[in-house]
Design a protein around this ligand. Structure first.
Ligand code: FE
Length: 207
């Protein structure tokens, strides 16, 4: 990825620039996921770029802070903030998604629907540690539950999805049942980070 400037938020801006170019040219979903994974790996290798307001947990609910949505809604980037012990319901995404662990750790369990539509667990619970990336998609397995691995600290993961995920109609499930309910997640804040104040690095070039 090209480095455009040196503001604290630069790694996020570089990631978004690279993703925008990628979704423009790559139509093969497997290649798109493989390439996005590399970019996300770089993004989560440091954590000082994440604005403070996108790190704040809520006492009762995990938070989903939108960091960016592509104007054509081909991808979105979200900061998930997990308070101690917080977890999602069992849910799907309906589009490809990457989960990159930035701070702390998460536990995830995958599910599938059997022939009768009943939800059954796939494999055992997996732990995602700082720097790890997990992939979900309708073709690779799309149903899971995610929870903070810690009961005494906040964890943060950076998610990338192949749509404006907060505005996608998705589904929640119950283990051992074929009950399915539709939901639209939305986002936890009306603010998004300002990626574009590059004035400090431009001023530094003035002679
Ligand atoms: Fe998920």
């Amino acid at each position: 990825m090209q480095t455009l400037a040196t503001e604290p938020i630069s790694p996020l801006r570089d990631f978004i620039v690279a993703m925008t170019k990628l979704v423009e040219k790559e139509r093969d979903e497997n290649k798109l996921i493989a390439e996005s994974k590399k970019y996300l790996k770089t993004l989560i290798s440091t954590d000082t770029w994440l604005p403070e307001f996108c790190t704040v947990p809520h006492p009762d609910y995990y938070q989903q802070y939108l960091l960016h949505t592509d104007p054509l809604e081909r991808f979105s980037v979200v900061s998930f903030v997990w308070g101690p012990g917080q977890k999602t319901p069992i849910h799907d995404h309906t589009v490809w998604g990457l989960i990159g662990m930035l701070r702390g750790a998460e536990k995830g369990q995958r599910y599938t629907q059997d022939a009768s539509g009943e939800l059954v667990a796939v494999g055992s619970e997996a732990v995602l540690k700082q720097g790890d990336i997990e992939v979900v998609s309708p073709t690779l397995g799309d149903i899971h539950i995610v929870k903070n691995a810690f009961d005494d600290q906040t964890s943060i993961s950076i998610h990338v999805y192949g749509a404006n995920i907060g505005a996608v109609t998705r589904h929640v499930y119950e283990e051992g049942s074929n009950k399915v309910k539709k939901f639209v997640s939305g986002y936890s804040s009306t603010q998004v980070p300002n990626l574009w104040d590059r004035s400090a690095s431009v001023r530094a070039t003035i002679t």
